[in-house]
Design a protein around this ligand. Sequence first.
Ligand code: GTP
Ligand code: MG
Length: 374
Amino acid sequence: MSKGLPEARTDTAMSELVPEPRPKPAVPMKPVSINSNLLGYIGIDTIIEQMRKKTMKTGFDFNIMVVGQSGLGKSTLVNTLFKSQVSRKASSWNREEKIPKTVEIKAIGHVIEEGGVKMKLTVIDTPGFGDQINNENCWEPIEKYINEQYEKFLKEEVNIARKKRIPDTRVHCCLYFISPTGHSLRPLDLEFMKHLSKVVNIIPVIAKADTMTLEEKSEFKQRVRKELEVNGIEFYPQKEFDEDLEDKTENDKIRQESMPFAVVGSDKEYQVNGKRVLGRKTPWGIIEVENLHHCEFALLRDFVIRTHLQDLKEVTHNIHYETYRAKRLNDNGGLPPNKKLCASLKRSGEGFILKCWEQVSHRQPFLSSDPPTN
Ligand SMILES: Nc1nc2c(ncn2[C@@H]2O[C@H](COP(=O)(O)OP(=O)(O)OP(=O)(O)O)[C@@H](O)[C@H]2O)c(=O)[nH]1
Ligand SMILES: [Mg+2]
């Protein structure tokens, strides 16, 4: 060591000569959080404003489907949704006309604008089932429709010149109507939900809740929850997709108390205390559809639109659609569909499975022209 050199200088010189191997950290390095106050304002938080501006410009699609046995009030509820505070618009048919029996799957859409944000809300009305002599596989047309929307999206996605924004017709949420029998679920309900819950977010609702007393309603809700659990039917919000403790606490409350929402539908307006309200007129008074003391329609609407809309879209894209896509790729010799992998991908953005598949298959063209049959 030469005299007169400051100690620090000497150390540097030594280390240049004999590079010391760095000891490996015993645990993987965690990302270090740097308080931006130390560096001055960077502006990371403006991402929220940037995203808001983009969403305002482009708007977004949201698609709800109503499914259930004939005569349970599905079409009426579609009308209620559009006439209630969701869109404040008149629905497609005249209020004097009786709602006709639905005979084909029909999508009804409105663009709703609030605070500068545009939402294209589409409600898909389906014909009732269960009134045939043979109801075997009666979920098939519904499942086919749902898969067709995934297929449309997939085809757009893999186009070489794909659109910057793919129109989204995928069903984000399916309201399954349960008859207000007060007894148990019918085998047909269980079978239907078992099938559909694998391809779409199911939200069970008790139809025509005005036909039950408060005690009957509360008992029936409990019974339905129990039966769904015993039969292993996963409705939305699915336990396995809770992100964190906050999510779990909030969703547990919904799963254990609110589900299935007991709703009443109507497209008729009445004057109550000087205000026009949607309701059903009975000899003992008017049942107000949007009054929380009368039924849970407003709860359901707020759950679907105010608190869980984004999550419904994410679960649709990252779980149901990914499962469909992986299956399609697998049909062509790629990766096997893996629900757990999809779950872990829930919020990790798209494209991962496609990349894996490309590696496995050495970038063969992968989309055959025929969608899966089931
Ligand atoms: N009490 C009561 N009746 C209802 C309710 N919702 C609808 N209804 C009535 O039930 C009948 C059937 O309603 P729809 O909306 O046509 O039923 P749907 O489920 O669409 O029937 P399909 O098209 O045959 O599948 C109509 O007379 C409605 O007025 C409700 O919440 N309570
Ligand atoms: Mg109908």
